[in-house]
Design a protein around this ligand. Structure first.
Ligand code: SF4
Length: 345
């Protein structure tokens, strides 16, 4: 969508105010995002001071005190992303991946909000960064907003430093390893939902390649200083098709991702590469349903799922095969499912 088309969408959204709560909310959000700063790649970039930066955690990650999202919107625009449901309005939901709102005052806010927490509690909070954006999406290479938040957390006395989980699919996270290794309680969750780059290109064409992510996993593991307390997870969530030879199977595998991949055992390569994490988390593809703001899988991803129907018919077998390979390559690795896997400990 061009910048002009997008502006027209926003104008229409503002004109749609008809007295309903949702329309009022849309109009307020519309007013808040109209300060278009620039175009960055294919994304329209907006700047907006946030009212708060630490939001009470709930649902899947309710074990944490707060979620922390430095940005609103995400340039990766994954087809299955449930965060689209939290877009400011329908136009922006439809245009997911092509806009990002920078929370300009994030670093100032977090210092104040951590002060407020410490004035009421005798322990530091636990924080999950991020849930509805990627803290290391492309714009971060220039904005360094996520890095400023890490610096603000580290500026606190050691006994007040939060327990932190960083969720990303970006190799850019290695830029901040100098800071992350200074945390006493930190876990990096690297999102790698498939071992096949052809499948990745179908479901999340704008995201970093699988090879780059697996290299990032290894880099984090093997360059960590001895004193580092950093924990490292690979989150295979949602588990996307990864092809390989199943025990007892014979003949050529059916792989709609592309003939180039037919003879590669991505499942085995995937297991070998994941084995350097201390935890691997699995979660099945969420099929959607629910209301407008529910965590629903987007229609595009449902259609892609149909393309891989044969694989999904044997999803449990592929999952079991991957787990067995992981245990063979890394006997001590922790393998967890769903919400349990997203915990810090
Ligand atoms: S990286 Fe995460 S937040 Fe961004 S589009 Fe993909 S699933 Fe959504």
């Amino acid at each position: 969508m061009s910048k002009e088309q997008f502006e027209r969408y926003l104008t229409r959204a503002a004109q749609s105010v008809s007295g309903t709560e949702q329309d009022n909310q849309n109009a307020q959000t519309q007013a808040a995002v109209t300060r278009l700063r620039e175009q960055f790649g294919t994304a329209n970039v907006y700047g907006k001071p946030a009212r708060s930066i630490l939001n009470p955690a709930s649902g899947y990650i309710r074990a944490y005190d707060f979620t922390l999202n430095p940005y609103r919107g995400c340039q990766y625009g994954c087809s299955y992303c449930y965060a689209t449901a939290f877009s400011p309005n329908q136009a922006m939901r439809d245009d997911w991946g092509n806009w990002v709102i920078i929370k300009e005052n994030a670093a100032d806010l977090i210092a104040k909000e951590l002060d407020r927490w410490q004035s009421k509690h005798d322990r530091p909070p636990s924080i999950y960064m991020s849930t509805v954006t990627d803290p290391y999406q492309p714009i971060e290479c220039r904005e360094r907003l996520t890095r400023s938040l890490l610096e603000a957390m580290l500026a606190r006395p050691p006994e007040q430093q939060p327990t932190l989980v960083v969720q990303t699919r970006s190799p850019m996270v290695v830029r901040d390893l100098d800071l992350l290794h200074r945390f006493d309680r930190v876990r990096v969750n690297l999102s790698i939902p498939t071992g096949s780059d052809a499948v990745r290109r179908d479901f999340e064409p704008r995201s970093p390649s699988i090879a780059a992510r697996l290299q990032t996993l290894a880099k984090i593991r093997y360059t960590a200083p001895l004193e580092s307390r950093l924990r490292l997870s690979a989150t295979v969530t949602p588990f996307l098709p990864t092809f390989g030879s199943l025990p007892g199977a014979s003949g050529r595998r059916s792989n709609p991702a592309g003939s180039d991949d037919l003879d590669r055992d991505d499942l085995d390569r995937f297991a070998r590469a994941l084995a350097c994490a201390d935890r691997v988390v699995f979660q099945p593809f969420h099929r959607g349903g629910g209301g407008r703001l529910a965590a629903t899988t987007r229609e595009a991803a449902i259609a892609l799922r149909a393309k891989y129907a044969d694989w999904y018919d044997r999803e449990a077998d592929y999952g079991q095969c991957l787990r067995e390979k992981l245990k063979r390559y890394a006997p001590d690795i922790e393998i967890l499912d769903g919400a349990e896997g997203f915990g810090y400990a």
